[in-house]
Design a protein around this ligand. Structure first.
Ligand code: GLN
Length: 289
């Protein structure tokens, strides 16, 4: 069987299985079976595959057809240009969440370039860190910022620690605790991608065999359960002039903006992603930004 024929068979099998991108998934899975990346697969269409690679590929396609995310099968997911190790301990990083990183980076005080005088360390905390993708990206993009992580899942925290070490070459302070209970302020910035999916949608997603942690998705009946505690705790932990940025579901902008305002935040803004959907809400502890 050639690479071309295997991709046709695999994407055909994934068609209608709930995969939004059957051909892309098949190419990633075939690359995984062959130990090469997707681009190599696409550049070798006429090549013959050996029987064991075909067998491995078909097993991966069967897992994908049963609803398992490609990222769990191949063991990684690209996020903001870096490769995060993922497995069912953590939510698969979503491309949408890159907006949270963009907003976070824009809210951090700029790198101090002034000579002379002591430079104050800028501090940032990533709550509900999961794989660590948000906090680790911030730490990688802004090595001058002291980043800490927390999560209520010990297993997720292990995954985040491993990603920090693997991608940064140094550990990040990672603490076990729900919402912001483990975070030690004051911070200049708090970021969070909390569970915000409605209970009904969470049930539907998990019933397809997705296998992601319920606690990373389920935000209660309206998906809004966590935000009041998150906003109140963040307000207490932020330095004057510090900011909070949280990811939201696309219909939650006005509700979450109101939660931040009643927790005392000023300059509250709702940010839309590239598709035009509301995705992030930010606010400042003191100054209007
Ligand atoms: N954006 C994710 C999804 O739609 C949810 C992430 C979350 O709840 N934090 O599946």
């Amino acid at each position: 069987m050639t690479v071309r024929a295997a991709l046709a068979e695999g994407s055909g099998a994934l068609e209608g299985s709930g995969s939004g991108s059957p051909f892309l998934d098949a190419a990633l899975l075939l690359g995984h079976a062959l130990g090469v990346d997707r681009d190599r697969v696409l550049a070798s269409m006429p090549d013959e595959l050996d029987a064991s690679s075909v067998e491995a590929f078909r097993a991966f396609v069967a897992r994908r057809s049963s609803g398992e995310p490609v990222a769990y099968i191949v063991g990684y997911k690209e996020f903001y240009g870096r490769r995060y190790t993922v497995d069912p301990r953590v939510l698969v990083p979503r491309p949408d969440t890159e907006l949270l990183v963009e907003v976070a980076l824009s809210l951090l005080p700029p790198v101090s370039r002034t000579g002379g005088g002591p430079v104050r360390t800028v501090r940032c905390h990533d709550a509900f860190t999961g794989s660590g993708c948000v906090g680790v990206t911030i730490a990688a993009e802004r090595p001058d910022v002291e980043v800490s992580l927390s999560d209520a899942s010990p297993a997720a925290l292990e995954a985040a620690r491993a990603n920090a070490l693997g991608l940064l070459g140094r550990p990040l302070d990672a603490r076990l605790g729900d919402v912001l209970s483990a975070a030690v302020g004051p911070f200049d910035l708090i970021v969070a991608n909390p569970p915000y999916v409605t209970r009904e949608l969470t049930d539907r997603l998990l019933s397809t065999g997705d296998g992601e942690p319920r606690m990373a998705l389920d935000g209660g009946e309206l998906g809004l359960d966590i935000y009041p505690a998150l906003a109140a705790q963040a307000f207490d932990l932020l330095a004057d002039g510090g900011s909070l940025a949280v990811e939201i579901g696309e219909e939650q902008g006005p509700a979450v903006a109101a939660v931040l305002e009643s927790a005392g935040f000023g300059g509250v803004r709702v940010h839309a992603d590239l598709a035009g959907s509301d995705r992030v809400v930010s606010g400042g502890r003191h100054a209007v930004r």
